[in-house]
Design a protein around this ligand. Structure first.
Ligand code: NAD
Ligand code: ZN
Length: 233
């Protein structure tokens, strides 16, 4: 089959070799916290200091990490692939853009962005973000981390669904397949006739849906796969 349109989904595993902890690390914790304590609207309402501080720490840590071979190879594909390409990341770090990817969207938000709970504006954000910071657009002291929490709607779902409908190839990299709706993208892509490939350290919850699965670290597997795609293999 000739591949023209590619959709790629990445998760925390693609940034693991850069030194960014994955979601469900040892004991099912994210950087020492239960996911429900830092990743839900209820947590934000109940303990805004803790939730804001958690994402402040994650944002600060970005300064000390670098894109790895997987991010760089994906950026090379972005530059050299003349067909359709959409890189959908669940990651909230900025390593894909720092590597040079441009045909990219962050479906779960971004650490370097703030969201106004009052007017909905999203503003680029580099510094710490204490609770009750004033919105640059409407002035309400309602800025929060621009992170899609459990129970909230991910960004740009319509654009993602459209791209999946047109994809000839869907590739999932470094994601556990545990978080919906992203975990269901493989089924949508298959339904529309795309070939499907998974690159992950170990079999994910959705492995059986993929036409092909390759197991290993993203930093090794992704450059090899991209070499193959660009060579037309
Ligand atoms: P996850 O932590 O649930 O799963 C990570 C997957 O990557 C696992 O299946 C693991 O086996 C695999 N993995 C680990 N190291 C790898 C490597 N070197 N190479 C390839 N695969 C590797 O992550 P997820 O599925 O992305 O979970 C979802 C949520 O976690 C997302 O919503 C995301 O916003 C959030 N999150 C983001 C970051 C980040 O921005 N870097 C970090 C942690 C969590
Ligand atoms: Zn506002």
């Amino acid at each position: 089959m000739t591949v023209r349109n590619i959709v790629i989904l990445t998760g925390a595993g693609v940034s693991a070799e850069s030194g960014v902890a994955t979601f469900r690390g040892p004991g099912g914790l994210w950087e020492g916290h239960r996911v429900e304590d830092v990743c839900t609207p209820e947590a934000l309402a109940h303990d805004p200091e803790l939730v804001h501080r958690f994402y402040d720490e994650r944002r600060e840590k970005l300064a000390g990490v670098m894109p790895n071979a997987a991010h760089l190879a994906l950026a090379r594909l972005d530059r050299e692939w003349s067909g359709g390409l959409l890189l959908v990341t669940q990651n909230v770090d900025d390593l894909h853009e720092r590597a040079g990817s441009t045909r990219l969207l962050h479906m779960h938000g971004e650490l370097k962005s703030a969201l106004c709970a009052a007017c909905g504006v999203r503003a680029a954000w580099e510094d710490s973000l204490p609770p009750e910071t004033e919105c640059p657009n409407c002035g309400t002291p309602a800025l929060r981390p621009d992170i899609v929490f459990f129970g909230e709607m991910p960004y740009q779902m319509e654009r993602i669904e459209r791209a999946l409908g047109e994809a000839d190839l869907f590739v999932s990299i470094g994601t556990s397949g545990a978080v919906y709706p992203a975990a269901g993208f493989v089924q949508t892509a298959r339904y529309h006739g795309a070939a499907t490939l998974e690159l992950n350290l170990d079999p994910s919850a959705g492995s059986l849906w993929f036409g092909e699965s390759r197991m290993g670290p993203a930093g090794a597997l992704v450059p090899i796969w991209i070499e193959e795609v660009l060579a037309g293999a």
